[in-house]
Design a protein around this ligand. Structure first.
Ligand code: KG4
Ligand code: ZN
Length: 410
């Protein structure tokens, strides 16, 4: 840890030096533009996100205007293992954090010293990955003499929705039911807002969550069984459009106890049994495995190696997961008598999920909000936006801040 801290200190010093050097050589025109951005009086928050396999940094002005959002994805590294390898993830974060923060600051057209606070993801996530962001954030805050704000990654996903809504001139009414659905999480919560100098400071109550796999994890595991590459969600999304979602009926997960809990391991096992009952699907799985090994991992290439029977299986699986997510979320919205539903997290990028949610929300007269696809998956703009509300309410961390891999939202 001592060596890591020394490395992080050196990295922070290097970032500062580069940022100052860059600023010193900025052309006059750019300098004038910068003064313009900074002089709007909006607080600038530098967000840092490293909870899983994306190293991200962003600068957000006034909690709403995204000046830059840089995401260095590690997908290429983890793809060959079919999932995130924690040790490789933390090593890669360590390599990426300095250039990613530097690029976010440069693209925002500011200098590091212009930021008003640094917001960093504290948890939940992989401990080694979180530690890189938290330690770097602490060192940077200390070196710059700026406040440090700790952000819950899940709250970040909710703020991604708000960022996008504001950009589109919409203002979600609270209370709301929020579905956070990603590779690591599937959570339903009730969110209340206390308006605070223009920034929504939200408080949360848990309604339900997954008892086993997260929805994104189910997409990834089924994609692995079918040799569709990693991450599975985007490929399943693209291929499902070419299959019949009613071809195979998967039983709806029955939840004893809390009806707002989820369970996706049953659907995943049902896909496994379907493959065992249909050995004729094995040769194409093997062909796709070989294509993936050759680096042919695009949806178009994989589609040419998928028979109609496989496309039907993929579409039916996706429909079962989507139906369950939408039905339980809308039931919770009715139970809690809210008029607003927010959906975010990597799986919120899913086309079928968006279509079904939109159709059902219209039918039930609910106001529905999704982030853009870019802000659905992990990014640091959402961390900066969530940090802004905490910054306004006076929250500050000190150098004893620690990463918390099991941090809960409520
Ligand atoms: O939010 P995120 O980037 O990271 C976590 O916090 O987990 O979500 C990544 C997850 C992966 O499981 C990926 O397969 C899934 O989101 N995903 C999708 C789609 N795009 C990403 N799942 C379904 N359809 C998609 N289009
Ligand atoms: Zn996430």
């Amino acid at each position: 840890m001592g060596m890591f801290f020394a490395k992080a200190c050196a990295a922070a010093r290097q970032t500062l030096a580069v940022a100052y050097a860059t600023i010193a050589f900025l052309p006059v025109k750019l300098a004038l533009y910068l003064r313009c951005v900074v002089s709007t009086g909006e607080n600038l928050i530098l967000g840092i996100e490293s909870s899983c396999d994306e190293t991200a940094a962003a600068v957000v002005a006034g909690g709403r205007r995204v000046l830059s959002s840089i995401v260095a994805s590690q997908v290429g590294i983890h793809r060959q293992y079919g999932g995130v390898v924690p040790e490789l993830a933390s090593r890669e974060h360590l390599r990426q954090i300095v250039p990613v923060v530097r690029e976010a600051v440069e693209q925002a057209g500011i200098a590091l010293r212009d930021v008003d606070a640094i917001a960093v993801t504290r948890g939940p996530g992989l401990i080694g990955s979180l530690l890189v962001g938290v330690t770097y954030g602490k060192v940077l805050a200390l070196a710059l003499g700026k406040p440090l704000i700790a952000v819950n990654h899940l709250e970040g996903h909710i703020h991604a929705v708000l960022l996008e809504a504001h950009a589109g001139g919409r203002r979600p009414a609270f209370p709301a039911v929020c579905l956070i659905v990603s590779g690591g999480h599937t959570i339903l919560c009730h969110a209340k807002s206390e308006a605070l100098s223009g920034a929504a400071r939200l408080s949360y109550a848990r309604i339900g969550g997954t008892r086993d796999d997260a929805a994104g994890e189910a997409f990834d595991k089924v994609a692995k069984m079918l040799a569709l590459g990693y991450p599975g969600g985007p490929v399943v999304d693209a291929l499902a459009a070419h299959g019949d979602p009613r071809a195979i009926r998967f039983a709806e997960p029955k939840m004893k106890g809390n009806p707002y809990d989820f369970s996706f391991s049953g659907i995943k096992t049902a896909v496994l049994y379907h493959l065992r009952r249909n050995p004729q699907l094995q040769p194409e799985i093997e062909a796709r495995r070989q294509a993936l090994a050759r680096g042919e991992c695009g949806a178009d290439a994989l589609r040419t190696l998928a028979t109609p029977a496989t496309l039907d299986l993929i579409a039916s699986f996706q429909r079962a997961v989507v139906d369950d997510l939408v039905n339980r979320t809308l039931a919770a919205a009715a139970q809690y008598a809210v008029a607003t539903v927010l959906v975010s997290g990597g799986v919120a990028a899913n086309g079928e999920l968006r279509r079904k949610f939109e159709a059902e929300a219209r039918r039930h007269g609910l106001d529905l909000f999704f982030p853009s696809r870019a802000l659905s998956t992990d990014n640091a703009a959402m961390i900066a936006a969530a940090g802004y509300a905490r910054f306004l309410s006076g929250e500050r961390e000190n150098s004893s801040l620690d990463a918390d891999p099991g941090l809960s939202l409520a």
